[in-house]
Design a protein around this ligand. Structure first.
Ligand SMILES: C[S@@+](CC[C@H](N)C(=O)[O-])C[C@H]1O[C@@H](n2cnc3c(N)ncnc32)[C@H](O)[C@@H]1O
Length: 248
């Protein structure tokens, strides 16, 4: 059953309950459940196993995204294989999804399968969005890959794309050893990680970890108001708009 936005939001905010289930002849499974009682209805969401907390935090971010970006045209930067595009199409009349990788876009197209999406293959460090077109800009696990020296240019590009009252939503990894892809080495605050491909080749990639309150302040200093939160263990996520009259 698909929960509506209000129930998802209540579930995301409800305290979690840890339970253990066991079949008479089987092993015990630990699980986390969240329960919302709404009049005569009881809504329960649960995740089983070791990754329960991770799924719980993903659900929290998804609920916040649904609440923050509700309609209109959205620009998705570094859309990848569509893990977030599939949510954006539910509420937006148009999703313009940009990524440098045609292979990732092909998977995205197959996964999302929606006429609402327009795909653009482009390098975000040189691509210029249409000015003032979008009600919202979304990027998932992209800000951490923007080199520190490109931070201001990147946010200027986001500003260019937005309508005057447009809103940004983003999600990224917290500095937590298990929050990034499995083929990353140990993570730290150096701004770089080693990445090993399936064929054994290794690369150093940009991966900047932000602390939510510091990122919120940094954005405020540059004319963005809103919030950046931690989901607990794995993710940071934020939603900001331009401060009216901000110059920078
Ligand atoms: C960590 S993935 C995130 C994908 C997706 N947003 C998600 O959360 O699943 C980063 C994405 O950035 C894309 N990418 C890397 N460099 C890029 C660039 N210079 N311009 C556009 N996209 C780029 C990659 O192809 C990849 O799809």
């Amino acid at each position: 059953m698909a929960f509506d936005r209000d129930i998802l939001e209540l579930l995301a905010a409800s305290p979690e309950i840890r339970i253990e289930t066991r079949r008479a002849d089987g092993p015990a499974h630990s699980a986390i459940i969240w329960v919302v009682v709404d009049g005569e209805d009881v809504f329960v969401r649960s995740w089983l196993g070791k990754r329960a907390r991770w799924f719980r935090e993903v659900a929290l971010v998804e609920a916040a995204l649904q609440k923050a970006l509700q309609s209109g045209e959205v620009l998705e930067l570094a859309c990848g294989t569509g893990l977030w595009t599939q949510h954006l199409v539910k509420q937006h009349s148009r999703v313009v999804a940009v990524d440098a990788s045609p292979e990732a876009i092909a998977i995205n197209r197959q996964r999302v399968d929606s006429d609402v999406v327009e795909y653009i293959v482009a390098d975000l460090f040189t691509w210029t969005p249409p000015a003032g077109r979008f009600d919202a800009v979304f990027f998932g696990f992209w800000l951490s890959h923007v080199p520190p020296g490109h931070f201001d240019t990147f946010w200027a590009t986001v500003r260019t794309a937005l309508k005057p009252n447009g809103r940004v939503f983003f999600v990224d990894s917290l500095l937590e050893q298990t929050s990034t892809a499995r083929d990353h080495e140990q993570v730290d605050e150096s701004g770089e990680v080693r990445r090993r491909l399936n064929d054994g080749r290794e690369f150093t990639i940009v991966k900047v970890f932000y602390e939510p309150a510091r990122l919120e302040q940094r954005l405020a200093d540059r004319g963005w108001e809103g919030w950046v939160h931690s989901s607990g263990q794995f993710f940071l996520y934020g939603s900001v708009t331009r401060i009216a009259g901000a110059l920078s």
